[in-house]
Design a protein around this ligand. Structure first.
Ligand code: 6GU
Length: 202
């Protein structure tokens, strides 16, 4: 599966995507992640990506042009016209394990990270095919949400969890670990591992 992320802050993704299971999933070829700086698609010396909206009202709004250029570069490069373009926004449908499973069926998705007070409405009307929120609170941008979506979807892909998932496919597929879990030592600060769990050990 391929994820292409359109953002004004590409550096934010470095740490998260280069560790643990997400790095291994990329190394093994289960996923590919492309990070695209929307600013690179903005014209002019100043590469302006946002400006005050028509009608005023305070804040800054992301311009349509650079976002369309970035998305169309990805779409043209993929040679496919039906790649979902998902806007991460607090106004979107609430992300869930079920939506993660839906997305895991796609070969390719584009994740568009919203910022500032909003985005030119023509992006929502003519480019975006779905809008996702990760919870009932407001973040400063969609970047964290995009990381959450990539993580939750990737771990559902066949073979990504490998032996771990195979060992307990039911609890891993729902994302709900059956607890509780203990590790050695048997007694930690006088708190003991329950006898029922100890009895199986040598
Ligand atoms: Cl996807 N974006 C922002 N800015 N805030 C959020 C969110 C997304 N999901 C929950 N809060």
């Amino acid at each position: 599966m391929r994820f292409d992320i359109l953002t004004l802050f590409p550096e934010m993704f470095e740490g998260y995507f280069t560790h643990s299971i997400l790095q291994r999933a990329q190394d093994a070829g289960h996923i590919e992640i492309g990070i695209h700086n929307i600013r690179d698609y903005a014209p002019g010396k100043h590469r302006i990506t946002d400006e005050p909206p028509y009608g005023g009202g305070g804040g800054m709004v992301l311009k349509a042009g650079p976002i369309f250029s970035a998305a169309e570069t990805v779409i043209d490069g993929a040679g496919s016209s039906d790649i979902p373009v998902i806007l991460l926004t607090p106004q979107g449908r609430l992300f869930s394990q079920e939506i993660a499973a839906e997305l895991a069926c796609e070969a390719h998705v584009i994740l568009l990270c919203g910022r500032y007070e909003g985005i030119d409405e023509r992006v929502r009307q003519h480019l975006v095919t779905d809008e996702i929120s990760i919870g009932d609170y407001v973040l400063t941008g969609g970047e964290l949400a995009a990381m959450v979506v990539v993580d939750a979807v990737t771990r559902l892909l066949p073979d990504v969890l490998g032996a771990i998932g195979a060992a307990d496919s039911d609890s891993f597929s729902t994302g709900l670990l059956e607890g509780p879990h203990y590790t050695r030592p048997e007694t930690f600060r006088s708190w003991q591992v329950p006898g029922v769990l100890r009895s199986g050990h040598a």
